[in-house]
Design a protein around this ligand. Structure first.
Ligand code: FE2
Length: 338
């Protein structure tokens, strides 16, 4: 067994000598560093790694409770702390343990010190392992999210490569949808879902003939029916992927309208999730502001007027308000050109 690095917060070297002999009797090879005031305690915790801290309950310069606080707010905040006291004062013992002390040992109970320290060390090790496991899990989650986001963007590019007029459309819709989601006060995780869903909302267009997507004149009713299938196709492509967000639903429902006038299902009101309502508004606004072969781009005023007219009828009122506010206050601008 290696050395046991002990930080003793004690008023005199006598306490250290006693601690040293008791730890040796209990089978440890202690290396003890003594401090007796807050500043040296904090400094020592920064420069040296300890296995354990032992605090004397009676300290002339500061209290055991403050010593606990200094340890807990240091880089070694998970260090097990055992309190040693000349007399066993139950009230103090309970209070210190409430504040995070691992155990309380009376100096005359020297025999108890070994087992207490062994348990404290085992528990401290367990706690450190738990923290490092949690950290590893967080990192692996982060990597997965990055991979997921990279894959989604690769898919978006594949769709856009076939269709120059909507190239960049999904990216800009994602940018606006994200701003709308923030403006609506959604939590960061939900905002991320909205951004990803918007970035591939037209993925179903991958099965639509390119000449239809790029047709320089107005579509016939039959051709429009074909275009409309992109929402269902998108849902089929993504439906089996268990995203942590309603991505397939956003793709499937982004052309649904509150009054039931949308497609493909003619859903109404509450049947359309908030995420899909956000993508829906971002999609129409971006589309109106951009040039299409069969029509010129609309002005910002015209686009804002269209969503104002449809507010609460076709489009979610809250989403429309945030959108008009973003453009009206010039707090939003598309990053890439149309
Ligand atoms: Fe679409």
């Amino acid at each position: 067994m290696g050395s046991l690095h002990v930080l003793a917060i004690a008023p005199s070297d006598d306490v250290v000598a006693q601690l040293d002999s008791e730890l040796r009797q209990a089978g440890f090879r202690p290396e003890i560093e003594r401090v007796e005031e807050a500043a040296t305690l904090a400094a020592q915790l920064k420069v040296q790694r300890f296995d354990l801290a032992v605090v004397a309950a009676q300290l002339p310069r500061f209290s055991a409770a403050s010593a606990l606080e200094v340890v807990q707010s240091s880089p070694q905040g998970d260090l097990p702390v055992v309190v040693m006291s000349e007399d066993l004062d139950l009230t103090t013992a309970v209070e210190l343990m409430h504040r995070g002390a691992y155990d309380f040992v009376a100096t005359q109970e020297a025999l108890r010190l070994g087992p207490v320290i062994r348990r404290a060390l085992a528990e401290g090790e367990g706690r450190r392992q738990q923290l490092s496991d949690r950290q590893a899990l967080r990192e692996s989650n982060q990597r997965l999210r990055e991979a997921l986001s990279g894959t989604v963007h690769a898919i978006a590019k594949a769709v856009e490569a076939r269709d120059p007029y909507t190239a960049g459309h999904q990216r800009r819709v994602a940018q606006l949808a994200e701003a709308l989601a923030w403006g609506l006060g959604l939590d960061p995780d939900r905002v991320e879902g909205v951004r990803l869903g918007a970035a591939i909302h037209d993925i179903g267009k991958i099965t639509i003939p390119a000449e239809l997507l790029t047709k320089p004149s107005t579509l016939s009713p039959i051709e429009f029916e074909v275009i409309k299938t992109h929402t269902g196709v998108g849902q089929e492509i993504l439906g089996d992927i268990s995203f942590p967000w309603p991505v397939a639903e956003m793709v499937h429902h982004h052309h649904e309208r509150l009054d039931g006038s949308g497609y493909p299902l003619g859903l109404q009101g509450g049947q359309i999730g908030l995420e899909a309502r956000i993508v829906g508004v971002a999609d129409v606004v971006e589309a109106m502001l951009s040039y299409r072969p069969y029509r010129p781009a609309k002005t910002l005023e015209e686009a804002m007027e269209e969503i104002r007219t449809g507010r609460g009828v076709k489009y979610d009122a809250g989403v429309v308000d945030v959108c008009r506010d973003l453009f009206g206050s010039e707090r939003f601008e598309f990053e890439s050109q149309f």
